[in-house]
Design a protein around this ligand. Sequence first.
Ligand SMILES: [Fe+2]
Ligand SMILES: [Fe+2]
Length: 311
Amino acid sequence: MTVTEPLTDDALLTELEPVVEAELNRHLAQAKEWMPHQYVPWTEGRNYEGPLGGEAWSPSQSRVSPAVATALAVNLLTEDNLPSYHFEIAVLFGRDRAWGEWVHRWTAEEGRHGQAIRDYLLVTRACDPIALERERMVHMSDGFRNDNPGDAIASIAYVSFQELATRVSHRNVGKATGDPIGENLFARIAADENLHMVFYRRLLEASLELAPDRTMRAITEVVRTFQMPGYDLPGFGRKALQIAMAGIYDLRQHRDNVVLPVLRFWNVWEREFGAEGEKARMELDAVLTDVDIAASRFTERRDARMARAGG
Ligand SMILES: [Fe+2]
Ligand SMILES: [Fe+2]
């Protein structure tokens, strides 16, 4: 279908509703039920200090490096802020019909992630549980705000990248635990994130058909300004650097394994646009070149530092 009039957000969401319904049904058919309690090595657990008089946490109990512990905590805290994400998505998409069904289903699946990760971290004593709880309180008390309030297309573009970024990050932190049980849990969560990405990526593809120029502009702005959902965590800059230095999530992975595959799926380089869309696409190309340069610079610095540490 070709639309000549610019669509309002409401009209666009209405146009997208059949796609939401089809993709929701596909999601429900593909998503496999899994039980978070089966992924947690409960026999490793023991009581903590406090009312039960157990043993307090100390850094020597953690089997992961400080960088991996940081990544695990950040990934959990990011999942913890789910009430705010639910609010933002429900405000944007509404709670009716297929949109509403998706929002609730997505929230239920995401809820499992935070619960399973917390159980795993507490049982294995990988992270400081008191620091984690205090950070959760700060993080959730701050809440999360959509960077593109009221802009459905930009928001869908953002979550397409964000779900894939989360998938990559969970997958890599799982491997970095060096624990087959941890790796298995995070791989399971990553598989959920992948299906979420597939849902949003398909919606944005439909939006490219309905409103090509506006959608292309939204993609460019989202790639230009992308931040991980935990970016407002206290000390996030330092933590993100630690995580990147550990190779769990860095700019090279972000560009090559998250942004580029999604852009390729949308076929942005071959699509026909009007003048506005064309301009946005050229800007996107320039943004990606800048990111490429910055990513290479970072990787070189990291390699040099590792070589110095190794020698
Ligand atoms: Fe999640
Ligand atoms: Fe997700």
